[in-house]
Design a protein around this ligand. Structure first.
Ligand code: BES
Ligand code: MN
Ligand code: ZN
Length: 486
């Protein structure tokens, strides 16, 4: 679907489906010439996500869909995002080729955010994964026009289009089956993204280079798989970018069977999603190529499979990470932290960022603690944590802080080596001990860890995301964080 953005002052052109957003308690604002039967308009309240299909009596639209965004003083952006997705979904359901979305509601200071949310929703609402069917259902909807009523709204809508597309990219990487989204495939996707911008360069560190760098922890995970591991390093740098340097790190485990500490078979297929942190970083870079933010941004995606085999890590094995710390692998299923350890050591030593944020489907414990609607955030830099919580509120990608206590750090000390890769059963707090483990690899960089094990898939249906697919979580959050950093 092609999206274009016009203003409500421009001529309203012929369309199959006109979608009119309407605020509860306000008079319906329609394009010039469009007339609706009085009873239809009178009985439509404009409640949040209320919909009404109407046959117009005059004007350049074959059909009209009214969607309510609710009442109240402030417009709720999450509702608008959902309404955007409802518009796309209803247009597809009605089998139309062209649609127009009319937004002529006073949005005041929130106009840009509202425009962004609407376009995000419209684009995210068109996400499908039919590529793998013999006869994929070709969506009828080819062109959508958003008519906005202010320059701020339209600026937001243009941004929202880019961000919505980046979210869809992340979802596609997530939902693609593990045999088709291997570490090498993630590398290919990253190369595609790098080609999109002259300001983005890519360096792919292969296993040979990893050995030279001393990445024994990351290498120990891929040893049990016939697919080689890679560390993807994307760099976005504009000639005039500010001195601020941000590094985003995403866990890219394309399939996690647990290794020798093998997982139970029930729902193991969901472990194709163990690369969701990497998908978020690649998705963010896809948008960065278009949005061109002011600071330097690095993206690191350590990518590997975690499988059992004759060469695989065995419980009790000792591995040494790039920063020199030795790790007892007491459970081979706690592999995410092993690959992140080397990626973050690399960031600290080679990139030296001002801020580092890692995203990882790291622990089942995070799902127990927070469920599927929140990502957990951990770290020692309260300002960074607060910024991510605020970004979560703005984007609807909710974030909730969880602790790293000194006793959690102490619990991760090893007996044979410096560290062990799992906490003691008596400590509990599995999400916190995992974060405590990671804290050994961040040097003195301002750092936050997002555990997205719950939020990456399995969240409740939200119009713009399905409960049975990946959510692309992290993309919109990271982009909002970057936008508000400058
Ligand atoms: N990828 C999993 C975490 C996970 C589990 C994410 C379920 C989403 C749903 C991770 O690699 C893992 O296996 N973690 C273990 C750690 C444990 C062995 C300390 C876990 O959470 O069980
Ligand atoms: Mn695991
Ligand atoms: Zn994992």
């Amino acid at each position: 679907m092609k999206l274009s953005i016009k203003t409500t002052k421009q001529k309203f052109t012929q369309t199959d489906l006109l979608v009119v957003l309407s605020k509860k308690g306000a008079k319906l604002a329609l394009p010039d010439g469009v007339k609706l039967p009085k009873h239809a308009v009178d009985s439509f309240e404009g409640k949040s996500r209320e919909i009404r299909m109407v046959d117009p009596t005059a004007g350049a639209a074959k059909r009209v869909l009214l969607i309510g965004i609710g009442g109240g003083r402030n417009i709720d952006t999450e509702t608008v995002r959902r309404c955007g997705a409802i518009a796309s979904k209803q247009a597809e359901k009605a089998d139309v080729v062209t649609a127009a979305i009319w937004f002529d509601i006073a949005a005041g200071k929130t106009a840009e955010a509202v425009g962004q949310a609407l376009a995000e929703g419209v684009v995210m609402g068109t996400y499908h994964l039919d590529d793998f069917k013999k006869d994929p259902a070709e969506p009828s909807l080819k062109r959508t026009v958003i008519y906005g009523n202010s320059t701020e709204f339209n600026r937001g809508a243009r941004k929202g289009e880019v961000i919505g597309a980046a979210n869809c990219l992340a979802k596609r990487l997530q939902d693609t089956p593990g045999n088709l989204m291997r570490p090498r495939d993630l590398v290919a996707e990253a190369r595609k993204i790098a080609r999109r911008s002259k300001y983005i360069s890519i360096d792919v560190i292969d296993e040979k280079k990893m050995k030279e760098l001393g990445m024994g922890s990351l290498l120990s995970v891929s040893r049990g798989s016939s697919e080689p591991a890679y560390l993807i390093h994307l760099t976005y740098k504009k000639p005039k970018s500010s001195s601020k340097k941000v590094c985003l790190v995403g866990k890219g485990l394309t399939f996690d069977a647990g290794g020798i500490s093998i997982k139970p078979s029930a729902r193991m297929e969901e472990m194709k999603y163990d690369m969701s942190g990497g998908a978020a970083v690649l998705g963010a870079f896809d948008a960065i190529a278009d949005l061109e933010p002011g600071m330097e941004v690095h993206g690191l995606v350590p990518t590997s499979e975690n499988l059992p085999d004759g060469k695989a890590n065995k419980p009790g094995d000792l591995v040494v990470a790039m920063n020199g710390l030795s790790i007892e692998v007491l459970n081979t299923d706690a592999e995410g932290r092993l690959i992140l350890a080397d990626a973050m050591s690399y960031a600290v030593e080679k990139i030296k960022p001002d801020h580092m944020i890692d995203l990882a489907t790291l622990t089942g414990a995070a799902v127990v603690a927070l469920g599927h609607e929140y990502s957990g955030v951990f770290g020692m830099d309260q300002t960074l944590i607060d910024a991510l919580v605020e970004s979560g509120k703005r984007t609807g990608e909710l974030v909730w802080p969880l602790p790293i206590h000194d006793l959690h750090k102490k619990d991760m000390k090893g007996r044979v080596g410096d560290l062990k890769n799992i906490g003691s059963p008596s400590t509990g707090a599995g999400a916190s001990t995992a974060a405590a483990f990671l804290s050994n690899f961040v040097g003195d960089v301002s750092w936050a860890h997002l555990d997205i094990a719950g939020s990456a898939w399995g969240s409740k249906e939200r119009d713009y995301q399905s409960s049975t697919q990946g959510t692309g979580v992290g993309v919109r959050l990271l982009l909002d964080y970057l936008e508000h950093l400058s």
